[in-house]
Design a protein around this ligand. Structure first.
Ligand code: CA
Length: 263
C-alpha cells in the first residue's frame, strides 16, 4: 500500500497482464502522458516508477503552482493530483484546470488521505474524474488510470469521429482524410501527426513533444525526422497545407481557424 508510513519501500509493479490492459505498444511507445502533482518524495518515486513501467510518460510537479504550469505547457493526457500540497491545494489546482478552456478536458484523478471526505466531495464538485484514497495499491491506481483514459478516448471518438475544418475532413475511425472532398493518401504516421496537430489547434507543438507523442521514444529518430514528415504531410495536404504552420525555431502549429490560413 502506498501513501502510508510503512509503504516507503513498496515496489508494487503491476503484473504483465495489467500492462497489457493499459496497452503498451510492442515498440514501447507511451500510452499516455501523465502529470503527477505530489509533494511526498517517496510517493513521487514509486508512482513515477510504476507509471513508467506501465508504459506511460511521466511529468512531475512537487507543488500546485508548478503543476498548473506544466499542465498548461505540456497538455498531459491525465493529471494525478494530490490534495494536500505545499503551496495551493489540490482542489484549487483542479478548479483552475477545469475553468480554463485549454485544460478543461484533461482528466484529473485525485489522491486523498483518509479523513478528507469533505475535500473528496469538493473534488468531484470541481470536476475531478476519479479519486483514490491513501493508502492505495499501485495496481489499483494503474487500473483506475487506465479506466479514466479509456473513458476519455471513448468520448472523443463518439463526439468527434468525423471532423471538418475548412477544406479538410478527417475520419478518425476510418483513418481517412479528404481535402476539398478528394480523399488523400496518408501513411499511418502522417495520419497520427495530422490528428495530433489538429487536436492541439492554435497551440505550438515543439519537435520534441511531437516526437514523444507521434513516434514515441526511439533512439534512432531525431527532431529532423519531424521536419521531414511535416514537410511531406503538408505537400499531401495541398490546398489545406497552410493549416499547418511552421513556428521558426520552435516547432509547428495547426491554425485556430481556416480563416487564419486565408480560407
Ligand atoms: Ca501531499
Amino acid at each position: 500500500m502506498l501513501g502510508s508510513r510503512e509503504s516507503r519501500h513498496a515496489s508494487d509493479t503491476p503484473p504483465s497482464r495489467v500492462r497489457h490492459v493499459v496497452g503498451v505498444g510492442p515498440t514501447g511507445r507511451f500510452m499516455a502522458k501523465i502529470l503527477i502533482v505530489e509533494d511526498e518524495k517517496d510517493l513521487q518515486q514509486v508512482l513515477e516508477y510504476n507509471l513508467r513501467q506501465a508504459g506511460h510518460q511521466v511529468l512531475m510537479a512537487h507543488a500546485g503552482g508548478h503543476g498548473l504550469e506544466l499542465a498548461r505547457a505540456e497538455h498531459p493526457d491525465l493529471v494525478l493530483l494530490d490534495l494536500m500540497l505545499p503551496d495551493i491545494s489540490g482542489t484549487e489546482v483542479c478548479k483552475a484546470l477545469k475553468e480554463s478552456a485549454d485544460t478543461r478536458t484533461i482528466p484529473v484523478v485525485m489522491l486523498t488521505a483518509r479523513g478528507e471526505e469533505i475535500d473528496r466531495v469538493v473534488g468531484f464538485e470541481l470536476g475531478a474524474d476519479d479519486y483514490v484514497v491513501k493508502p492505495f495499491s499501485v495496481r489499483e491506481l494503474i487500473l483506475r488510470i487506465a479506466a479514466v483514459l479509456r473513458r476519455g478516448r471513448g468520448a472523443l471518438e463518439e463526439g468527434q469521429r468525423v471532423v471538418e475544418f475548412g477544406r479538410l475532413r478527417i475520419d478518425r475511425e476510418a483513418h481517412k482524410v479528404w481535402v476539398d472532398e478528394l480523399e488523400i493518401e496518408l501513411t499511418a504516421l502522417e495520419f497520427k501527426l495530422l490528428v495530433t496537430l489538429y487536436d492541439r489547434r492554435n497551440r505550438v507543438q515543439t519537435r520534441t513533444s511531437l516526437l514523444d507523442d507521434v513516434w514515441g521514444i526511439q533512439a534512432d529518430i531525431t527532431t529532423r525526422t519531424v521536419d521531414t514528415h511535416v514537410k511531406r504531410l503538408r505537400e499531401k495536404l495541398e490546398a489545406a497545407r497552410d493549416y499547418v504552420e511552421t513556428v521558426r525555431g520552435v516547432g509547428y502549429r495547426f491554425v485556430a481557424s481556416p480563416a487564419e490560413a486565408g480560407q
